[in-house]
Design a protein around this ligand. Structure first.
Ligand SMILES: C[S@@+](CC[C@H](N)C(=O)[O-])C[C@H]1O[C@@H](n2cnc3c(N)ncnc32)[C@H](O)[C@@H]1O
Length: 211
């Protein structure tokens, strides 16, 4: 093996290890917010992408990109005119996302519940897909309801919300506005995760008024 290839493998291994360490440190700082000890596996990421069904010029919002593993995979799916807004509450993770050299990515330090204003601040229209890894099961029910309603308020009919979660709390929170999801289980991940998908059909008056 040439020195060049060996150096590239060593660099990749080092970066991968550093990313996992940064993620774990984030978990130690805010376990309930980060929700997992390591980033999502490539198997889970593949499953998320399959359900999200991203098209080349989509506007995608990622809630809780973490250290960016899912973010890189989403960027690989998007074409040159696609946009990816990553809303992340943990500043250390935002710093990592800002190092991704890709003009299609907008890393934003903030919280998912402000999705509507954040989209406006960046001059983005309505998204095609919202993908969320934020742990709904460890947050107060009111906070979870607020986020689910905020997501629903920005998604036009025909567009989708995909969430990967350890527990099914998100399905309970989302049911009043989104209805029943399509559910899929990924076992090759620590911990195993359910992936939920809702496609917006119509918008009940109740939500339209509060959005
Ligand atoms: C389970 S991790 C997922 C990280 C990454 N997407 C992955 O799959 O490896 C959940 C992420 O959601 C972020 N998060 C939690 N609550 C949030 C909120 N209200 N708004 C935005 N991000 C949030 C956490 O900081 C963490 O990065």
């Amino acid at each position: 093996m040439s020195n060049n290839v060996t150096n590239k493998i060593a660099k990749f291994t080092r970066e991968n290890r550093d990313t996992k360490l940064t993620f774990f440190q984030g978990f130690l700082r805010r376990p309930q917010t980060v929700g997992s000890v390591i980033p999502s596996s490539k198997f889970l990421v593949r499953r998320i992408l399959k359900l999200a069904d991203i098209r080349e010029n989509d506007t995608v919002v990622e809630l809780g990109p973490g250290t960016g593993g899912t973010t890189h995979a989403l960027l690989n799916k998007l074409g040159p005119t696609g946009r990816l807004l990553g809303i992340e509450v943990e500043w250390k993770f935002v710093e990592l996302l800002q190092q991704i050299d890709d003009a299609r990515l907008i890393p934003h330090h903030g919280s998912a519940e402000d999705i509507s204003n954040i989209l406006k601040d960046h001059g983005l229209g309505k998204p095609d897909v919202v993908i969320s890894g934020i742990p709904f099961s460890t947050m107060p029910a009111e906070a979870g309801q607020k986020i689910v309603r905020a997501i629903f308020s920005v998604l036009p009919p025909g567009k989708s919300f995909v969430a990967y979660q350890l527990r099914d709390r998100v399905a309970e929170l989302a049911a009043p506005v989104f209805g029943k999801p399509e559910v899929s289980l990924e076992l090759i991940n620590i911990p195993p995760m359910r992936v939920y998908k809702w496609s917006v059909k119509d918008k009940p008056d109740l939500v339209r008024e509060t959005a």
